[in-house]
Write a protein that binds this ligand. Sequence first.
Ligand SMILES: [Zn+2]
Ligand SMILES: [Zn+2]
Ligand SMILES: [Zn+2]
Length: 260
Amino acid sequence: MEIIVLGSGTSHGVPMIACDCEVCRSTDLRDRRSRASVHVVMNGLRIQIDATPEFRVQVLREAVPAIDLFILTHGHADHILGMDDLRRYCDLRPDGTLPVFCSEEGEGRVRAIYPYALKPRGEAPDGYARFDLRRLPARLELPEGVIESTPLPHGRVDTLGLVFTEAGSARRFAYYTDCKTVPSAARELARGVDLLFLDGLRPTPHPTHLSIPEALAVVTDLCPRQAYLTHLTHAVAHDDELIYLNNGVRFAYDGMRILI
Ligand SMILES: [Zn+2]
Ligand SMILES: [Zn+2]
Ligand SMILES: [Zn+2]
């Protein structure tokens, strides 16, 4: 399984608009954080998680050739506002339609923002995005592997926490972005995974996101083989890893690719 990090930043992105702090002025490319999103290749199946406002730039940068399946973790602007640019990937599909999996909350947001993408084929001109909107079940079995999902508390909404298990290799990847806590069911699901991505917003507490110390406590409990924090703000530079992190936990950065 391959994980391509399209973006690793919080809703503001880094550099943040009109900020001249040290991290926003950093020349280290790993401190340029577009909004958080990953692309997963599981036994050849291309799964896109979220579409940020920079989605088009991200997939051009990483030369993503196709998307077979899209998952929306939740309907916040930094995760949903790039979905119109899925139009090209819809065009590349035999039926012109992309399966889009989401929660009830995510479905409401997609319907509100992209009503034109939900029309049946023939009712909208070719070239537009066309989504086959579906609820993500707790367990989605596919020939290429299994995708399990679990709700993660994130203020007024729940985020879909995702765990991928590749058929054959049995390698497991958990993507837990945008959450204030990781409930026990989500912990059981992700315990001992090969790779964990976890919300680790900033060093100080936040009402709807895990802080870095809170995230590290979750990592210690889950014992993944590798762990990365994502959805990062300008409060930390990539080079600050040694200050804030322990037990081999790292900061994710845009453009990193991990094979498990
Ligand atoms: Zn800044
Ligand atoms: Zn969010
Ligand atoms: Zn977010």
